[in-house]
Design a protein around this ligand. Structure first.
Ligand SMILES: NC(=O)c1ccc[n+]([C@@H]2O[C@H](COP(=O)([O-])OP(=O)(O)OC[C@H]3O[C@@H](n4cnc5c(N)ncnc54)[C@H](O)[C@@H]3O)[C@@H](O)[C@H]2O)c1
Length: 433
Protein backbone atom coordinates (compact mmCIF):
# COMPACT_ATOMS: atom_id res chain seq x y z
CA UNK A 1 0.00 0.00 0.00
CA UNK A 2 1.19 3.57 -0.66
CA UNK A 3 1.26 5.56 2.58
CA UNK A 4 2.14 9.19 3.29
CA UNK A 5 3.15 10.35 6.75
CA UNK A 6 3.03 14.03 7.71
CA UNK A 7 5.45 14.86 10.54
CA UNK A 8 8.74 13.06 11.08
CA UNK A 9 8.96 13.43 14.86
CA UNK A 10 9.06 10.57 17.34
CA UNK A 11 5.67 9.26 16.20
CA UNK A 12 5.75 9.98 12.46
CA UNK A 13 9.23 8.66 11.83
CA UNK A 14 8.67 5.49 13.84
CA UNK A 15 5.32 4.94 12.09
CA UNK A 16 6.92 5.52 8.67
CA UNK A 17 9.90 3.26 9.27
CA UNK A 18 7.81 0.46 10.82
CA UNK A 19 5.15 0.54 8.09
CA UNK A 20 7.88 0.47 5.41
CA UNK A 21 9.37 -2.50 7.19
CA UNK A 22 6.01 -4.29 6.92
CA UNK A 23 6.31 -3.88 3.14
CA UNK A 24 4.37 -0.67 2.48
CA UNK A 25 5.73 2.12 0.28
CA UNK A 26 6.08 5.11 2.56
CA UNK A 27 6.72 8.79 1.88
CA UNK A 28 7.46 10.88 4.98
CA UNK A 29 6.84 14.62 4.77
CA UNK A 30 8.09 17.32 7.11
CA UNK A 31 8.10 21.10 6.79
CA UNK A 32 11.42 21.20 8.65
CA UNK A 33 13.92 21.21 5.78
CA UNK A 34 16.89 20.41 7.99
CA UNK A 35 15.22 17.27 9.29
CA UNK A 36 14.46 16.07 5.77
CA UNK A 37 18.00 16.78 4.56
CA UNK A 38 19.37 14.82 7.51
CA UNK A 39 16.98 11.94 6.91
CA UNK A 40 17.79 11.77 3.20
CA UNK A 41 21.44 11.47 4.26
CA UNK A 42 20.63 8.64 6.64
CA UNK A 43 20.94 10.79 9.78
CA UNK A 44 18.16 10.31 12.36
CA UNK A 45 17.48 13.68 14.04
CA UNK A 46 16.82 12.21 17.51
CA UNK A 47 17.77 9.17 19.55
CA UNK A 48 15.40 6.21 19.52
CA UNK A 49 16.81 2.68 19.90
CA UNK A 50 16.60 0.57 16.72
CA UNK A 51 15.17 3.34 14.56
CA UNK A 52 18.28 4.21 12.55
CA UNK A 53 18.79 0.59 11.51
CA UNK A 54 15.16 0.32 10.39
CA UNK A 55 15.37 3.55 8.37
CA UNK A 56 18.65 2.60 6.69
CA UNK A 57 17.33 -0.85 5.80
CA UNK A 58 14.06 0.38 4.29
CA UNK A 59 15.62 3.30 2.41
CA UNK A 60 17.97 0.70 0.93
CA UNK A 61 15.00 -1.42 -0.16
CA UNK A 62 13.37 1.63 -1.84
CA UNK A 63 10.34 1.55 0.43
CA UNK A 64 10.97 4.66 2.51
CA UNK A 65 11.32 8.17 1.11
CA UNK A 66 11.48 11.71 2.50
CA UNK A 67 10.31 15.06 1.18
CA UNK A 68 9.30 18.57 2.25
CA UNK A 69 6.71 18.78 -0.52
CA UNK A 70 3.24 18.71 1.08
CA UNK A 71 1.55 18.50 -2.32
CA UNK A 72 3.57 15.42 -3.17
CA UNK A 73 2.64 13.98 0.25
CA UNK A 74 -1.06 14.62 -0.30
CA UNK A 75 -0.92 12.86 -3.65
CA UNK A 76 1.37 9.94 -2.88
CA UNK A 77 -0.51 7.88 -0.31
CA UNK A 78 -3.88 6.17 -0.51
CA UNK A 79 -3.62 6.47 3.23
CA UNK A 80 -2.20 9.60 4.87
CA UNK A 81 -1.13 9.63 8.51
CA UNK A 82 -1.23 12.94 10.33
CA UNK A 83 1.57 12.72 12.92
CA UNK A 84 2.39 16.40 13.48
CA UNK A 85 2.88 17.94 16.92
CA UNK A 86 0.04 19.16 19.16
CA UNK A 87 1.91 21.25 21.75
CA UNK A 88 0.25 23.16 24.60
CA UNK A 89 -1.01 26.69 24.12
CA UNK A 90 -0.64 29.28 26.92
CA UNK A 91 -4.00 28.26 28.39
CA UNK A 92 -3.08 24.56 28.35
CA UNK A 93 -5.31 23.65 25.42
CA UNK A 94 -3.83 21.75 22.46
CA UNK A 95 -2.48 23.84 19.59
CA UNK A 96 -4.12 22.22 16.59
CA UNK A 97 -2.83 24.48 13.82
CA UNK A 98 -0.36 21.87 12.52
CA UNK A 99 -3.07 19.19 12.43
CA UNK A 100 -5.45 21.43 10.49
CA UNK A 101 -2.66 22.58 8.14
CA UNK A 102 -2.20 18.97 7.08
CA UNK A 103 -5.96 18.49 6.65
CA UNK A 104 -6.05 21.65 4.50
CA UNK A 105 -3.12 20.49 2.34
CA UNK A 106 -4.76 17.12 1.82
CA UNK A 107 -8.07 18.82 0.91
CA UNK A 108 -6.34 21.14 -1.57
CA UNK A 109 -3.94 18.80 -3.29
CA UNK A 110 -5.24 15.24 -3.18
CA UNK A 111 -7.38 13.58 -5.82
CA UNK A 112 -9.79 10.68 -5.46
CA UNK A 113 -10.54 8.72 -2.32
CA UNK A 114 -7.98 9.14 0.47
CA UNK A 115 -8.07 8.19 4.10
CA UNK A 116 -6.57 10.84 6.39
CA UNK A 117 -5.77 9.22 9.72
CA UNK A 118 -5.08 11.45 12.73
CA UNK A 119 -2.43 9.72 14.80
CA UNK A 120 -1.47 12.88 16.69
CA UNK A 121 -3.07 13.21 20.12
CA UNK A 122 -6.00 15.55 19.56
CA UNK A 123 -9.03 16.57 21.66
CA UNK A 124 -12.34 14.82 21.03
CA UNK A 125 -14.08 16.62 18.18
CA UNK A 126 -10.94 17.20 16.10
CA UNK A 127 -11.59 14.51 13.46
CA UNK A 128 -15.07 15.96 12.99
CA UNK A 129 -13.60 19.46 12.56
CA UNK A 130 -10.95 18.16 10.14
CA UNK A 131 -13.65 16.53 8.01
CA UNK A 132 -15.63 19.79 8.03
CA UNK A 133 -12.55 21.83 7.09
CA UNK A 134 -11.80 19.50 4.18
CA UNK A 135 -15.33 19.84 2.77
CA UNK A 136 -15.24 23.62 3.22
CA UNK A 137 -11.99 23.86 1.25
CA UNK A 138 -12.95 21.36 -1.41
CA UNK A 139 -16.64 20.45 -1.53
CA UNK A 140 -15.87 17.65 -4.01
CA UNK A 141 -13.17 16.12 -1.86
CA UNK A 142 -13.34 12.37 -1.35
CA UNK A 143 -11.04 12.51 1.66
CA UNK A 144 -12.37 10.64 4.65
CA UNK A 145 -11.00 11.28 8.15
CA UNK A 146 -10.24 8.63 10.78
CA UNK A 147 -8.74 8.66 14.26
CA UNK A 148 -6.03 6.21 15.31
CA UNK A 149 -4.23 7.45 18.43
CA UNK A 150 -0.70 6.24 19.04
CA UNK A 151 0.29 4.61 22.33
CA UNK A 152 4.02 4.04 21.77
CA UNK A 153 6.56 5.03 24.42
CA UNK A 154 9.72 6.92 23.55
CA UNK A 155 12.75 4.77 24.28
CA UNK A 156 10.81 1.66 23.25
CA UNK A 157 8.96 3.11 20.30
CA UNK A 158 9.90 0.63 17.57
CA UNK A 159 8.99 -2.34 19.73
CA UNK A 160 5.77 -0.70 20.95
CA UNK A 161 4.69 0.12 17.41
CA UNK A 162 5.33 -3.39 16.17
CA UNK A 163 3.93 -5.11 19.28
CA UNK A 164 0.96 -2.94 20.31
CA UNK A 165 -1.33 -4.01 23.19
CA UNK A 166 -4.20 -2.58 21.21
CA UNK A 167 -5.15 -0.64 18.11
CA UNK A 168 -7.97 1.86 18.56
CA UNK A 169 -9.63 3.38 15.54
CA UNK A 170 -12.40 5.92 15.23
CA UNK A 171 -14.13 5.86 11.86
CA UNK A 172 -17.14 7.12 9.97
CA UNK A 173 -17.48 4.15 7.60
CA UNK A 174 -16.79 0.42 7.34
CA UNK A 175 -14.63 1.14 4.30
CA UNK A 176 -12.16 3.21 6.32
CA UNK A 177 -12.03 0.56 9.07
CA UNK A 178 -11.18 -2.08 6.45
CA UNK A 179 -8.42 0.09 5.01
CA UNK A 180 -6.85 0.62 8.43
CA UNK A 181 -6.97 -3.14 9.02
CA UNK A 182 -5.04 -3.60 5.76
CA UNK A 183 -2.45 -1.03 6.86
CA UNK A 184 -1.84 -2.98 10.06
CA UNK A 185 -2.33 -6.47 8.59
CA UNK A 186 1.34 -7.27 9.20
CA UNK A 187 0.93 -6.63 12.94
CA UNK A 188 -2.27 -8.59 13.43
CA UNK A 189 -2.04 -11.43 15.92
CA UNK A 190 -4.92 -13.42 17.40
CA UNK A 191 -4.37 -11.76 20.79
CA UNK A 192 -4.09 -8.19 19.48
CA UNK A 193 -7.06 -6.15 20.62
CA UNK A 194 -8.57 -4.03 17.88
CA UNK A 195 -11.36 -1.63 18.81
CA UNK A 196 -13.41 0.09 16.13
CA UNK A 197 -15.41 3.01 17.45
CA UNK A 198 -16.50 6.54 16.61
CA UNK A 199 -14.18 9.54 16.23
CA UNK A 200 -14.73 11.12 19.63
CA UNK A 201 -14.42 7.86 21.59
CA UNK A 202 -11.17 7.02 19.87
CA UNK A 203 -9.76 10.50 20.52
CA UNK A 204 -10.91 10.43 24.15
CA UNK A 205 -9.35 6.97 24.71
CA UNK A 206 -5.87 8.40 24.26
CA UNK A 207 -6.44 11.15 26.83
CA UNK A 208 -8.07 8.70 29.23
CA UNK A 209 -5.10 6.35 28.86
CA UNK A 210 -2.49 9.02 29.58
CA UNK A 211 -4.59 10.64 32.33
CA UNK A 212 -4.91 7.32 34.12
CA UNK A 213 -1.18 6.62 34.00
CA UNK A 214 -0.30 10.16 35.11
CA UNK A 215 -2.80 9.85 37.96
CA UNK A 216 -1.24 6.56 39.04
CA UNK A 217 2.18 8.23 39.14
CA UNK A 218 0.91 11.25 41.09
CA UNK A 219 -0.93 8.91 43.45
CA UNK A 220 2.17 6.90 44.33
CA UNK A 221 4.23 10.10 44.65
CA UNK A 222 1.68 11.43 47.10
CA UNK A 223 1.91 8.22 49.11
CA UNK A 224 5.73 8.49 48.97
CA UNK A 225 5.61 12.01 50.41
CA UNK A 226 3.53 10.70 53.31
CA UNK A 227 5.94 7.75 53.73
CA UNK A 228 8.73 10.29 54.17
CA UNK A 229 6.88 11.80 57.12
CA UNK A 230 5.91 8.58 58.87
CA UNK A 231 9.06 6.50 58.32
CA UNK A 232 7.52 3.98 55.88
CA UNK A 233 9.36 2.70 52.80
CA UNK A 234 7.58 3.54 49.54
CA UNK A 235 9.32 0.78 47.60
CA UNK A 236 7.82 -1.82 49.90
CA UNK A 237 4.46 -0.05 50.02
CA UNK A 238 4.39 -0.09 46.19
CA UNK A 239 5.30 -3.75 46.22
CA UNK A 240 2.54 -4.46 48.74
CA UNK A 241 -0.23 -2.71 46.84
CA UNK A 242 1.07 -3.95 43.47
CA UNK A 243 0.36 -7.50 44.66
CA UNK A 244 -3.33 -6.67 44.41
CA UNK A 245 -4.23 -7.73 40.88
CA UNK A 246 -6.77 -4.91 40.67
CA UNK A 247 -3.92 -2.41 41.09
CA UNK A 248 -0.94 -4.14 39.32
CA UNK A 249 2.68 -3.23 40.08
CA UNK A 250 3.17 -1.07 36.97
CA UNK A 251 3.52 2.71 37.21
CA UNK A 252 4.02 2.54 40.97
CA UNK A 253 7.59 3.84 41.09
CA UNK A 254 7.69 6.95 43.21
CA UNK A 255 10.14 9.67 42.25
CA UNK A 256 10.53 13.20 41.04
CA UNK A 257 7.45 13.14 38.85
CA UNK A 258 6.70 12.58 35.19
CA UNK A 259 7.84 14.72 32.26
CA UNK A 260 7.99 14.34 28.51
CA UNK A 261 6.06 15.58 25.56
CA UNK A 262 2.86 13.69 26.33
CA UNK A 263 1.61 13.35 29.93
CA UNK A 264 1.99 17.02 30.97
CA UNK A 265 0.54 18.46 27.76
CA UNK A 266 -2.22 15.86 27.45
CA UNK A 267 -3.44 16.34 31.01
CA UNK A 268 -3.56 20.10 30.47
CA UNK A 269 -5.31 19.65 27.13
CA UNK A 270 -8.07 17.38 28.43
CA UNK A 271 -8.63 19.75 31.38
CA UNK A 272 -8.94 22.60 28.85
CA UNK A 273 -11.37 20.56 26.72
CA UNK A 274 -13.51 19.84 29.78
CA UNK A 275 -13.42 23.53 30.73
CA UNK A 276 -14.58 24.55 27.25
CA UNK A 277 -17.59 22.32 27.90
CA UNK A 278 -18.23 24.07 31.21
CA UNK A 279 -16.76 21.32 33.39
CA UNK A 280 -13.77 21.51 35.73
CA UNK A 281 -11.84 18.28 36.08
CA UNK A 282 -10.60 18.86 39.60
CA UNK A 283 -8.93 15.45 39.76
CA UNK A 284 -6.84 15.94 36.61
CA UNK A 285 -6.02 19.57 37.40
CA UNK A 286 -4.68 18.38 40.74
CA UNK A 287 -2.68 15.56 39.10
CA UNK A 288 -0.90 18.21 37.05
CA UNK A 289 -0.27 20.51 40.05
CA UNK A 290 0.99 17.63 42.19
CA UNK A 291 3.41 16.66 39.47
CA UNK A 292 4.78 20.19 39.16
CA UNK A 293 5.41 20.17 42.91
CA UNK A 294 6.91 16.69 42.79
CA UNK A 295 9.56 17.71 40.26
CA UNK A 296 11.18 19.71 43.07
CA UNK A 297 10.70 17.11 45.81
CA UNK A 298 14.47 16.70 46.26
CA UNK A 299 15.10 20.40 46.85
CA UNK A 300 14.11 20.50 50.55
CA UNK A 301 16.30 17.43 51.11
CA UNK A 302 19.24 19.16 49.41
CA UNK A 303 18.58 22.34 51.40
CA UNK A 304 18.43 20.33 54.62
CA UNK A 305 22.00 19.17 53.97
CA UNK A 306 23.19 22.46 52.44
CA UNK A 307 21.15 25.45 53.72
CA UNK A 308 23.42 27.67 51.63
CA UNK A 309 24.19 26.31 48.17
CA UNK A 310 26.32 29.23 46.98
CA UNK A 311 29.73 27.56 47.12
CA UNK A 312 28.42 24.06 46.51
CA UNK A 313 28.85 21.99 43.38
CA UNK A 314 26.32 19.26 42.58
CA UNK A 315 26.30 16.59 39.87
CA UNK A 316 23.08 15.78 38.04
CA UNK A 317 22.89 12.31 36.53
CA UNK A 318 20.25 11.92 33.82
CA UNK A 319 18.62 14.81 31.97
CA UNK A 320 16.15 13.28 29.49
CA UNK A 321 12.59 12.93 30.72
CA UNK A 322 13.10 9.19 30.93
CA UNK A 323 15.81 6.67 30.00
CA UNK A 324 16.54 5.64 26.40
CA UNK A 325 15.54 8.94 24.81
CA UNK A 326 17.21 12.30 24.21
CA UNK A 327 13.86 14.08 24.63
CA UNK A 328 13.99 16.71 27.38
CA UNK A 329 10.53 18.25 26.82
CA UNK A 330 9.08 19.01 30.27
CA UNK A 331 11.82 16.91 31.86
CA UNK A 332 12.18 17.09 35.66
CA UNK A 333 15.86 17.94 35.14
CA UNK A 334 14.87 21.35 33.73
CA UNK A 335 13.01 22.31 36.89
CA UNK A 336 15.77 21.03 39.16
CA UNK A 337 18.53 22.85 37.24
CA UNK A 338 16.57 26.14 37.19
CA UNK A 339 15.97 26.01 40.96
CA UNK A 340 19.56 25.12 41.77
CA UNK A 341 20.86 27.93 39.57
CA UNK A 342 18.62 30.38 41.45
CA UNK A 343 20.18 29.32 44.73
CA UNK A 344 23.71 29.86 43.36
CA UNK A 345 24.84 26.22 43.18
CA UNK A 346 27.37 25.13 40.56
CA UNK A 347 26.08 22.31 38.44
CA UNK A 348 27.81 19.47 36.60
CA UNK A 349 25.61 17.38 34.33
CA UNK A 350 25.83 14.07 32.53
CA UNK A 351 23.39 12.18 30.32
CA UNK A 352 24.18 9.50 27.74
CA UNK A 353 22.02 11.12 25.01
CA UNK A 354 20.47 14.43 26.03
CA UNK A 355 23.50 16.70 26.63
CA UNK A 356 23.19 18.56 23.31
CA UNK A 357 19.52 19.35 23.93
CA UNK A 358 20.22 20.62 27.46
CA UNK A 359 23.10 22.75 26.16
CA UNK A 360 20.67 24.58 23.89
CA UNK A 361 18.75 25.72 26.99
CA UNK A 362 21.41 26.34 29.62
CA UNK A 363 24.49 27.16 27.51
CA UNK A 364 27.43 28.11 29.72
CA UNK A 365 25.43 28.32 32.94
CA UNK A 366 26.24 24.70 33.77
CA UNK A 367 29.11 22.27 33.14
CA UNK A 368 28.81 19.29 30.80
CA UNK A 369 30.62 15.97 31.15
CA UNK A 370 30.87 12.86 29.05
CA UNK A 371 30.79 10.35 31.88
CA UNK A 372 28.95 10.10 35.21
CA UNK A 373 32.29 9.65 36.98
CA UNK A 374 33.68 12.89 35.54
CA UNK A 375 30.50 14.80 36.41
CA UNK A 376 30.59 13.60 40.03
CA UNK A 377 34.29 14.26 40.66
CA UNK A 378 34.90 17.07 43.16
CA UNK A 379 31.21 17.65 43.85
CA UNK A 380 29.26 17.95 47.09
CA UNK A 381 26.63 15.45 46.03
CA UNK A 382 24.92 13.55 43.22
CA UNK A 383 21.32 14.14 42.22
CA UNK A 384 19.95 11.24 40.21
CA UNK A 385 17.09 12.49 38.02
CA UNK A 386 16.78 9.94 35.20
CA UNK A 387 17.31 6.25 35.86
CA UNK A 388 19.46 5.22 32.89
CA UNK A 389 20.62 1.60 33.30
CA UNK A 390 24.27 2.66 33.36
CA UNK A 391 23.73 4.33 36.76
CA UNK A 392 22.29 1.25 38.43
CA UNK A 393 25.44 -0.76 39.01
CA UNK A 394 27.98 1.99 38.70
CA UNK A 395 31.01 1.89 41.02
CA UNK A 396 29.67 4.29 43.65
CA UNK A 397 32.38 3.31 46.10
CA UNK A 398 35.11 4.49 43.71
CA UNK A 399 33.14 7.57 42.66
CA UNK A 400 32.52 8.52 46.30
CA UNK A 401 36.28 8.67 46.86
CA UNK A 402 36.60 11.40 44.22
CA UNK A 403 33.79 13.56 45.67
CA UNK A 404 34.11 16.39 48.18
CA UNK A 405 31.12 15.08 50.13
CA UNK A 406 29.35 11.76 49.67
CA UNK A 407 25.66 12.69 49.39
CA UNK A 408 23.23 10.86 47.14
CA UNK A 409 19.86 12.41 46.28
CA UNK A 410 18.19 9.50 44.53
CA UNK A 411 15.23 10.90 42.63
CA UNK A 412 14.19 7.50 41.27
CA UNK A 413 14.87 5.27 44.27
CA UNK A 414 17.24 3.04 42.31
CA UNK A 415 19.87 2.54 44.97
CA UNK A 416 19.93 0.43 48.10
CA UNK A 417 20.10 2.93 50.98
CA UNK A 418 21.79 0.43 53.30
CA UNK A 419 24.58 -0.26 50.79
CA UNK A 420 25.11 3.44 50.17
CA UNK A 421 25.43 4.10 53.90
CA UNK A 422 27.85 1.20 54.20
CA UNK A 423 30.16 2.85 51.64
CA UNK A 424 29.94 6.20 53.42
CA UNK A 425 27.20 8.05 51.55
CA UNK A 426 24.42 9.99 53.17
CA UNK A 427 21.32 8.79 51.26
CA UNK A 428 18.09 10.61 50.45
CA UNK A 429 15.39 8.90 48.39
CA UNK A 430 11.78 9.80 47.66
CA UNK A 431 9.58 8.22 50.31
CA UNK A 432 12.35 6.11 51.81
CA UNK A 433 15.36 6.65 54.04
N1 LIG B 1 6.36 11.43 21.42
C1 LIG B 1 5.62 10.45 21.90
O1 LIG B 1 6.08 9.60 22.66
C2 LIG B 1 4.18 10.32 21.51
C3 LIG B 1 3.49 9.13 21.78
C4 LIG B 1 2.16 9.03 21.39
C5 LIG B 1 1.53 10.11 20.78
N2 LIG B 1 2.22 11.26 20.55
C6 LIG B 1 1.53 12.36 19.86
O2 LIG B 1 1.92 12.34 18.49
C7 LIG B 1 2.02 13.67 17.98
C8 LIG B 1 3.42 13.91 17.45
O3 LIG B 1 4.32 13.82 18.52
P1 LIG B 1 5.91 13.82 18.28
O4 LIG B 1 6.53 13.65 19.62
O5 LIG B 1 6.24 12.88 17.20
O6 LIG B 1 6.09 15.33 17.75
P2 LIG B 1 7.41 16.06 17.25
O7 LIG B 1 7.32 17.43 17.74
O8 LIG B 1 8.61 15.22 17.59
O9 LIG B 1 7.27 16.04 15.66
C9 LIG B 1 6.26 16.70 14.96
C10 LIG B 1 6.81 16.98 13.55
O10 LIG B 1 5.74 17.50 12.74
C11 LIG B 1 6.33 18.40 11.80
N3 LIG B 1 5.28 19.22 11.18
C12 LIG B 1 4.58 20.26 11.67
N4 LIG B 1 3.69 20.71 10.75
C13 LIG B 1 3.82 19.94 9.66
C14 LIG B 1 3.19 19.88 8.40
N5 LIG B 1 2.20 20.74 8.06
N6 LIG B 1 3.57 18.95 7.51
C15 LIG B 1 4.56 18.08 7.81
N7 LIG B 1 5.19 18.06 9.00
C16 LIG B 1 4.84 18.98 9.92
C17 LIG B 1 7.31 19.18 12.66
O11 LIG B 1 8.26 19.85 11.87
C18 LIG B 1 7.91 18.03 13.49
O12 LIG B 1 9.06 17.47 12.88
C19 LIG B 1 1.63 14.58 19.14
O13 LIG B 1 0.26 14.85 19.07
C20 LIG B 1 1.91 13.73 20.36
O14 LIG B 1 1.12 14.10 21.47
C21 LIG B 1 3.53 11.39 20.87
Amino acid sequence: MKISIFGTGYVGLVTGACLANLGHNVLCIDIDENKIIQLKNGVVPFYEPGLKELITKNMGRNRLFFSTDCQEGANFGEVIFNCVGTPSKEDGSAKLDYVFNVAKDVARYSQGYKLLINKSTVPPGTARKCQKTIIEINPNSEVEVASNPEFLKEGNAVHDFTHPDKIIIGVKSDKSAEIIKQVYAGLMRPYLKFLVTNWETSEMSKYANNSFLATKISFINEIANICDLVGADIKEVSQAIGMDYRISPKFLNAGTGYGGSCFPKDIKAICATAKEQGYRSKLLEEVHQLNERQKLVLLPKINFVYPDLKEKKLAIWGLSFKPKTDDIRDSCSLSVIKELLKSGAKINVYDPEAIDNIKEIFGEQINYFNSPEAAAKGTDGIILVTEWDEFRNINLKGIGETMLAKKMFDGRNIYNPNYLREIGFEYFGVGRK
